[in-house]
Design a protein. Structure first.
Length: 277
């Protein structure tokens, strides 16, 4: 394990989640910098901490938290277009907080330099929880590596679960997100039926919050900024679809369980979603 300090942090992927995570780190005294391939409308306090050049970003920080969208963007960040892990001054600690297949995380361990500390720490919670620093982190990695990076996670989240070796956090996250996606599809279908019966959506949601139909999506419907979205590959519903596909990928090679009609149906129903008015 590298002895390099971890107090200069870079957040790659400063969207709704990553930017709030970076701002919380800054507010708690960390020297933190942001990187994104898109133009980011950051707060005044953080705008001058956004770095537009990937190599400059890589050489400035020694711990990177990656919050990019998917496997393609992760590969681009680490090895391809931006290639921060191919920089002469690559970061010595890498926290993967994107929701990715655990099979990809296992392969990633063999692709990064041997002296880089890797943990997977995908998080659960929407952008409002990122702002409040109350995210839930599901962590995989060697115990001493996790212990070393735990203070960073503690600034951004209120519930941190070390679940096992590298890949365990990702495995837990895609399993969790399968359940979340199933609940979301069920609630949207129930809301459509309620509308047909003349039951106001808010009334149905109130009932479900205190009944057996309670779900994370339904219980927090008014706080989730994307709750009313229709499906598009590039929006949050597209990310939900991606997460279900990551669960399907995670099943490859597992004895006694394989993907089937449930996962296919959830994906099909997500793609049918129209915006709620």
């Amino acid at each position: 394990m590298s002895d390099s300090p971890v107090n200069i942090i870079g957040v790659a992927g400063c969207g709704n989640m990553g930017l709030s995570m970076a701002e919380n780190l800054l507010a708690n005294g960390y020297d933190v910098w942001g990187y994104d391939i898109r133009s980011i409308n950051a707060s005044d306090d953080f705008q001058n901490r956004m770095i537009s050049n990937a190599r400059t970003f890589a050489s400035k920080v020694n711990t990177v938290i990656s919050v990019v969208r998917d496997i393609a963007e992760t590969n681009a960040l680490l090895f391809d277009d931006q290639a921060i892990m191919c920089s002469p001054n690559y970061p010595t600690s890498l926290i993967i907080s994107s929701t990715l297949s655990p099979r990809f995380i296992h392969d990633l361990k063999d692709r990064i330099p041997d002296d880089v500390v890797l943990i997977d720490a995908p998080m659960s919670g929407t952008s409002y929880r990122a702002k409040l620093a109350t995210l839930t982190f599901m962590v995989g990695g060697e115990a001493d590596h996790v212990q070393r990076l735990m203070p960073i996670l503690g600034v951004m989240g209120s519930d941190i679960h070390h679940l096992g070796p590298v890949g365990a956090g990702a495995a837990c996250k895609v399993a969790n997100n399968l359940c979340a996606a199933a609940g979301m599809v069920a609630v949207r279908r129930a809301l459509a039926a309620a509308k047909g019966y003349g039951i106001p959506q808010d009334k149905l949601l109130d009932v479900m919050r205190t009944s057996s139909g309670s779900t994370w999506y339904g219980d927090n419907f008014t706080d989730i900024d994307w709750a009313r979205e229709g499906y598009a590959p590039t929006n949050t519903m597209g990310i939900v679809e991606k997460d279900v596909k990551s669960f399907v990928d995670a099943l490859e090679g597992l004895a006694g369980i394989e993907s089937g009609a449930l996962e296919d149906t959830i994906i099909e129903e997500i793609r049918k979603l129209e915006p709620l008015i």
